[in-house]
Design a protein around this ligand. Sequence first.
Ligand code: PBG
Length: 324
Amino acid sequence: MSFPIVRMRRLRKDENLRRLVRETNLSVDDFILPLFVRPGENIRTEIKSMPGNYQLSIDQLVKECTEARELGIPGVILFGIPEKKDELGSEAYADNGIIQRAVRAIKEKVPGLLVITDVCMCEYTSHGHCGIIKNGTVDNDETLVFLAKEALSHARAGADIIAPSDMMDGRVGAIRKILDENGFSNIPIMSYSAKYASSFYGPFRDAAESPPKFGDRRGYQMDPGNGAEALREVELDIKEGADIVMVKPALSYLDIIYRVKNRFNVPVAAYNVSGEFACVKAAELNGWIDGERVMMEILYSIKRAGADIILTYFAKDAAKLLNS
Ligand code: PBG
C-alpha cells in the first residue's frame, strides 16, 4: 500500500494524536543532575560558561538537592572542588574531604534522593591529571590503589552509587573488590565505560577547576574516531562488575549509545556534557535558537538512541516542563 491510501501526515495533525503514537517517552525518572560543591558557606558562584549552574557551598548544595527532589529528579552526581590540591590528590580520599562532607549533609538533610559520586583524581591533583604521575605519565596500576581508596571513602560517607570517570584499566574491578571487602557489596557501580577524549568537556574544567597543567587526556580517554573499541571497554567493565555503563559525551556519540544498548543487557547511561549544554545556552542567549525546544529535542534524541539514564545540566528545566 502506498500514497494516496497511505498518508503519514494523518497521525501528525494534532498534539494528542502525536502523543498517542510517540515512540519515545521522556520522563523526569530518566534524569541525573550534576552539581559542583566547594568549601565555604553561603557560596553560589555562577559558572560563566554554564548559565544556571553554580559552584555551591554545602549549605547551598543542600538547597539545590531539596529542589531537585521536589521536582522528582531521582538523583544527583557530585563533583568536588577541594580546599587545596596536591600531587597525590589527598582530598579525594580524605574522610573530611569536600565530597565526603557533602554526601553526609545531603544524606542527613535530603533523604530520598540518590547521591552519586564521581570517582576521579583530576579535581584533586595539582597537575590536573586523572591519576598518579610517574615518569611524566599517569601510572595506571598505582592510580588504581588511590581510586579504590577514594571510592571506599565515598561509600563510608553514604554515597548510593559510585561512578568512576578516570578511564584507568581495571578500575571497576579494583573498586568492586574494595567495596565488597568492606561491607559495601550492595553499592552499585556506574562506570564511565566509553569516555572519549572530548573538547566538549571545556566548561566542566572551568567549573571543577580541573584542566590538566601539562599534556592532555588522550593517553587514557578514548579516541573520537573509535566505535568498536567502545564495545570492548563496556564489555570489560561489565566483566569487572559494572552495574550501569555510561557513554560520554552523548551527542557526538549517539551511535555508540545505540550500539551499546543493542549489544549488552545492562542499563545504559549517557552524559549530556558541559560543552553540549554550553553550545545550546550560548545560542539561546544570542536569540539564535529556541533553547527550550532544542533542549527537549536533544534529550529525546539521547533517549531514542537507547539511553536509560541521562546525566544532564538541563535536568531541572526539563523536569519543570515535563511536570507542567
Ligand atoms: C572527570 C570528569 C570530567 C567530566 C566528568 N568527570 C572531565 C574530564 O574528564 O576532563 C566532564 C563532564 C562535563 O563536561 O560535563 N572527573
